[in-house]
Design a binder for this molecule. Structure first.
Ligand SMILES: [Zn+2]
Length: 386
């Protein structure tokens, strides 16, 4: 593992403190990089004696360096780790990582997203161009890039049992209509309930236990913050294995140009959300909904892929958000924005029962896809499912 950039006292000290030493076997007492960062790691004492057995498989350690105040990993390092071939497709700007299946990753300098197997994924930090490579922040590599490519390496952080109970959360309700298209006379609360009822029917026929946070036009509490938290509480008190909040979108500007699907999962601790360019007061908080970051990611990816495949709709991105409706979950969860009511063309489509049935089928196939991926990972531990 060549680390030509990891020179200088600060870089060397940072590498040493996190156990990222390539030339020696990993010290068993040092926390591997793959472990979600829950709190600042204390400085390891020098030559500490191992206090627990060495892990059965090598921990995921990433060589990193400090760029513009943040720890970054070279995209070439990611390629080497996953046996992918890195190549510039536009010098100093766009780099792709490929294998025998074709292009797997596309990164572009100064962008805050990347493409993985055709899916647009939002990053916490922008991609940098430096030293004949592109660079992705260490947190993005640990929390997004690596687990998306190789969920098998994160099996220890995924649920042990096969999911059976799902809670569907039709967004809004009662006095809160959500987004509206007044011209067409449609609102979000009615559409989300209709889609959720359709998903319930499909999943129940496939053997799932399906519960809903509401099955008629009502709010759970007149206080919005409490209403959102009660949706999580409902899933937690019913020992849900999965949770999906269903919504429709709207924009103020370019309303006819902006269409498509976006999917959200909880932003991991310390990462910036898609809508945030700077830290806010929640950035450093670990929420209950962060306990299952890797399962959230797997579930969100399956939902987003199924929606894009089933609806043939523009990819608005698989994003991270510290959404109140996901913060307190004890089970993997995601929120899907099924389309834009602000676009007359898209809202007309959404207003048809045929299209809402398509949405429901896509959601159901994403849920099923998550369960099947998890089962495949459990059946073949140690092998990448992708
Ligand atoms: Zn909504």
């Amino acid at each position: 593992m060549a680390r030509p950039f990891a020179r200088g006292l600060i870089a060397a000290a940072a590498v040493w403190l996190t156990g990222c030493v390539s030339a020696q076997p990993p010290a068993a007492a040092v926390r591997p990089e793959a472990v979600p960062p829950v709190s600042a790691a204390p400085a390891a004492p020098a030559r500490v004696a191992p206090t627990r057995p060495a892990p059965a498989r090598p921990p995921q350690l990433w060589a990193f360096t400090r760029l513009r105040g943040t720890d970054y990993v070279s995209v070439r390092e990611v390629a080497a780790r996953f046996n992918l071939k890195a190549a510039w497709t536009k010098p100093e700007t766009i780099m792709t990582l490929s294998d025998s299946r074709g292009v797997r990753f596309t990164f572009e300098a100064n962008q805050r997203d990347f493409y993985f197997d055709g899916l647009r994924v939002l990053l916490g930090e922008g991609v940098l161009n430096d030293r004949d490579s592109l660079w992705v922040s260490k947190l993005d590599v640990i929390k997004l890039v690596a687990p998306l490519f190789s969920p098998a390496d994160h099996l220890a952080f995924l649920p042990v049992t096969a999911p059976r109970t799902i809670v569907l959360d039709p967004g809004h309700g009662g006095s809160d209509p959500g987004k509206e298209n007044k011209l067409l006379g449609v609102n979000e609360k009615t559409l989300t309930l209709d889609v959720a009822l359709r998903v319930r029917k499909i999943l129940e026929a496939r053997g799932w236990r399906v519960l809903m946070t509401r099955s008629d036009d009502r709010e759970l509490s007149p206080i919005k913050k409490k209403d959102l938290q009660m949706r999580d509480d409902y899933a937690n008190s019913n020992q849900a294995d999965l949770y999906l909040s269903i919504h429709f979108n709207s924009v103020e500007k370019d309303s006819e140009r902006v269409t498509g699907v976006e999917t959200y999962t909880m932003t991991p601790q310390f990462m910036l959300s898609a809508a945030n360019l700077e830290k806010d007061k929640l950035t450093d908080t670990a929420f209950p909904g962060n306990k299952l970051d890797y399962a959230n990611l797997l579930f969100g990816e399956q939902i987003h892929r199924a929606m894009l495949g089933g609806l043939k709709t523009p990819d608005r991105g698989f994003k991270r958000g510290r959404l109140a409706v996901l913060q307190f979950l004890d089970c993997p969860g995601a929120l899907v924005e099924c389309g834009y009511l602000s676009s007359i063309v898209e809202a007309r489509r959404i207003a048809t029962a045929e299209f809402r049935q398509k949405i429901a089928e896509a959601i159901a196939s994403g849920v099923q896809g998550y369960a099947e991926t998890l089962a495949a990972l459990r059946a073949t531990p140690g092998s990448a499912a992708k």
